[in-house]
Design a protein around this ligand. Sequence first.
Ligand SMILES: [Cu+2]
Length: 490
Amino acid sequence: MYKDLLNHRRRNFLARVARMGNAALLPGALRSAAEVIAGTAIWNTSVRAQAAFGDALSDPPQIRSRNGTLETTLTAATGTVQLGSFSFPGRLYNGEYIAPVLRARLGDTLKIRFDNRLPDQPSNLHFHGMSVSPRGHSDNVFVHVPPGGNFDYLVNIPARDRQGPGMFWYHPHAHGVVAPQILGGMSGGLIVDGMDERLPILHDMPERLLLIKHIKHAGREVVSINGQINPVISIRPGELQYWRVAHIGATLFVKFAADDLPFYVVATDGHVLSAPRRTTGFFMGPGQRYDLIFVGPEAGEYAMRTIPFQNEAWLPPEPAQQIATILSSGPAAHSAPIENRVLSQRVHGPRWIDDVRRAPIARRRTLDYSRTADRKMFMIDGRTMDENRVDQTVRLGDTEEWTIVNTDQQYHSFHIHQTAFLVTEVNGVAQSRDSLHDTYSIPPATDLGPGSLKVVIPFTDPVIVGRFVYHCHSVNHEDKGMMGIVEVVA
Ligand SMILES: [Cu+2]
């Protein structure tokens, strides 16, 4: 039945290509085809069928480190964002909805001047997922840069051990105003290069960044990739591409799939798996990343779509929308089935997760997520965030097990700065994970009881001492209090 559907889609695709002429197979021609449908609103289901060919997926701008240093300025200011056929007032880094991707290597130093030209809000920079110091001019979220002010960040990326190569991101973290700033556009990718040394098969693959953002428009969440609505991702049948999918938005929990095409996950939140793992869909909360290998399917056009699901118990699910079109065409890159070759790859070198698994648990804690009935305040252990209070004191060298209990009837997430963690249980069900995470969703409470997430957190890195934060990464909840302070004491 499903094969019939795919064959039908393929015939439609081939018929459309024939109407467009052979030039339609060239990426440049996708642009001109798109002009025909410019201004079509993809979230309007009545016109969805006409909007299948959008612009080719663009490459975000990138800034690379040189001779061990990445030196640049990020200026935050207001500006207008044009997204598909509508525009909205943005808050932008360097005037762009898709800010420059920062690319460095292990052992490099980030020297970033942050210039706050927002007229009305303090801001700062957080380097999400990085195992770097939370103090001084490093990844210090207690720095608040006032409007008109600036701050020089100096972040030393460790050369080895806990910090590995991977996909990370940066965004503001001034408590109380994070959601409007990220929704407005203030977030960008941060890559530590070298994943291909852990997994050499990646070395010769074309890399695609898929940076997911979202904004509410006409009552619905519009999901964009690299600032584009329903872009076209071109691939040849059998071609291998390295996709780095990062949810760098603010508040949206999103499920998506590309028909039933397989994805081969190689890293979660910048932490490499021991071997690629096959999946056909993703559930991502704000802040999560998946690196994956994508294999060009049989020639045809495939839709990457969101999948409706119940998040808030009191709201209907967000309707499905097409977020990208995968266009497979051209001569086949491989004739033989390639899945076995992908799945037989093995990671090179030691992995931090093995240390985390081996470590004895020094202490167990339970954190309770809740909210007020009017949803104006979101709490951890009955308290909202207070920058002058330390909520958890931890001894350097300890590995702890934290259980986060969600008493609210909607998804929340757990994120902690400066260190990744191992997910060991979700809703009481033991998990067998092959990679670490730094952000993970906690299922909602139901009539059967609260949702829960159990994680093992290593506080074992001598660089990571002092005060930093943990919080829900649906950042409107964080802004409304769902954040706490941990202090690691040597
Ligand atoms: Cu939340």
